[in-house]
Write a protein that binds this ligand. Structure first.
Ligand code: R5P
Length: 271
């Protein structure tokens, strides 16, 4: 790995802990104005001091993030499908490497759809993006998307998707937490970050997911809805950080969350 690529990785995965809290706000690229992300700047700004990287599209980056911020950006560069269609896997590379360099991002991210109708195209897209990433020192994050077929999220499927992504050269992989998650980590030779998925029933459930993932070898999280759909998003991300970086227990993280709820204001409900 060349110096530039390693430096970009180190900006996201903090060398002090070897872990990362990425904040995902890229949902609009196929879901449109997701609840509590209708006005991206309002959602993102209070959370910026607490994330190690921000995952988003170029549109939201330019429109909703101040260029003076000192947070590494993970730029989503795949798209071309929407929730209105059944097949979410029909994606292409929608943003060039030149644009990623112009935006000075720390990594580019694309979805891979193993087992979906457009599996082949998404895997070829990944390979080509890695070739370009290696040329320019740009890490590539492969997102093992499962589209609408959530039942696929078992260790066997996710191990397959993560390993294929790593074999094709992804420098990091994003996947989902599952029973037997350690098997997914063991068979994937590059760092894994976990998505949160749709908001879980309780805050404890979300913190247990984070704790389980870190205990079983995840490098961090790339989490969205379970943070910014919370009534107390700042308290929530701080609780997540305590697990990821300080190895807090779920109980300790919950106590921090409760304390944060008392001291930080509650966000207004979505209109
Ligand atoms: C969705 O397409 C994106 O990849 C999200 O960044 C990812 O799902 C993480 O966000 P959440 O924790 O809300 O699932």
């Amino acid at each position: 790995m060349d110096w530039g690529l390693r430096n970009r990785m180190a900006r996201m995965i903090k060398p002090a802990s070897g872990h990362t809290v990425m904040l995902a706000v890229d949902h609009g690229y196929f879901m449109g104005p997701t609840r509590q992300l209708e006005k991206p700047r309002e959602t993102i700004t209070p959370l910026l001091p607490y994330c190690d990287a921000l995952a988003l599209t170029r549109g939201v980056l330019r429109a909703s993030v101040d260029p003076s911020v000192d947070v590494p950006m993970v730029l989503r560069v795949s798209g071309g499908a929407s929730v209105l269609k059944d097949d979410l896997s029909h994606e292409a590379i929608t943003t060039t490497m030149e644009e990623a360099l112009r935006l000075n991002v720390a990594a580019v991210a694309l979805s891979v759809f193993v087992g979906s109708p457009h599996e082949h195209e998404s895997l070829v897209n990944l390979s080509k993006l890695v070739d370009e990433g290696e040329r320019y020192g740009m890490p590539v994050l492969a997102i093992t998307a499962v589209g609408k077929e959530l039942e696929k999220r078992d260790a066997r499927y996710l191990s397959l998707a993560c390993r294929i992504s790593a074999e094709l050269g992804a420098h990091m992989v994003k996947t989902y937490y599952c029973d037997g998650f350690e098997k997914v980590v063991e068979s994937c030779p590059v760092p894994i970050v976990v998505a949160g998925g749709p908001r879980l029933d309780t805050d404890r459930d979300a913190l247990e997911l984070v704790h389980g993932a870190i205990e079983r070898g995840a490098t961090g999280v790339d989490m969205g809805r379970n943070i910014w759909q919370s009534e107390h998003p700042v308290a929530k991300i701080r609780a997540v950080r305590s697990i990821v970086h300080d190895r807090a227990t779920v109980q300790e993280a919950l106590a921090l969350f409760e304390e944060g709820k008392r001291t930080e204001g509650k966000r207004p409900p979505a209109a």
